[in-house]
Design a protein around this ligand. Structure first.
Ligand code: AP5
Length: 208
């Protein structure tokens, strides 16, 4: 199965991608995670990413398309994948559509106030990536799973989140119509709790 996850920042794409990956044994490809992993290396691409993401902006299309092309050449993508955070612009979607047939694009629909709360309240384990929300952390600073430090992503500060949501509206939201025209769009009410959203996704995927 070749799955694209569409939705605003904070819509829950990463959380659901992890669950889909475990249930259907598909690789989870997150362009955001690929870029963040470069921050730990001394690389030009890592520096480019840091510059764009701290402003809440998208990395230029040609860089992202190249990274995805390379990732899709890996053996684990032969039987499908879950694409989380790509494509994010019409040129990215057009380039992707030329090479790859998508089975389904799942569009995560979430109210803006909920997105703001999820993102500005999100803290993440710096070691294992487990997500936390400030409202339920009760002052803890270490991950309860692996003991890693809990950190806030640079781009989860309130002003940057506003910018990311604005960029979503202008550059990424048009992909809903793009995938509707391709005939693979499925809409999800992703305001609901994680398990309920996942149940709906399983229904959709099992019917493909
Ligand atoms: P990226 O890492 O892709 O960030 P994003 O799309 O902004 O997505 P997030 O990770 O913030 O949200 P998500 O939808 O995955 O939600 P999550 O499951 O984490 O991109 C970061 C940056 O990289 C970009 O700004 C850009 O600079 C660059 N980039 C990446 N891809 C690019 C591309 N293709 N082109 C150009 N630039 C690119 O959930 C969020 C929180 O909510 C979590 O705490 C979670 O626990 C919680 N949560 C999730 N679902 C629920 C639920 N149903 N109920 C309650 N809480 C929930």
């Amino acid at each position: 199965m070749r799955i694209v996850l569409l939705g605003a920042p904070g819509a829950g794409k990463g959380s659901q991608a992890k669950k889909i990956s475990e249930k259907y044994n598909l690789p989870h490809i997150s362009t955001g995670d690929i870029f963040r992993s470069l921050l730990h290396q001394d690389s030009e691409l890592g520096r480019v990413f840091a510059e764009y993401s701290k402003k809440g902006l998208l990395v230029p299309d040609d860089l992202v398309i190249k990274i995805v092309e390379d990732r899709l050449n890996a053996d684990d993508c032969k039987n499908g994948f879950i694409m989380d955070g790509f494509p994010r612009t019409i040129p990215q979607a057009e380039a992707f559509e030329k090479d790859v047939h998508i089975d389904v694009a799942l569009n995560f629909d979430v109210d803006k106030s909920i997105l703001m709360d999820r993102l500005t309240g999100r803290w993440t384990c710096s070691k294992c990536g487990a997500p936390y929300h400030v409202s339920t952390m009760n002052g803890i600073t270490k991950c309860t799973i692996c003991g890693g430090d809990l950190v806030q992503r640079d781009d989860d500060k309130a002003e940057t989140v506003e910018k990311r949501l604005a960029v979503y509206e202008t550059q990424t939201k048009p992909l809903i119509d793009f995938y509707k025209k391709v005939g693979v769009l499925q809409n999800l009410d992703a305001n609901k709790p994680i398990e309920e959203v996942f149940e709906k996704i399983v229904q959709i995927l099992d019917n493909l």
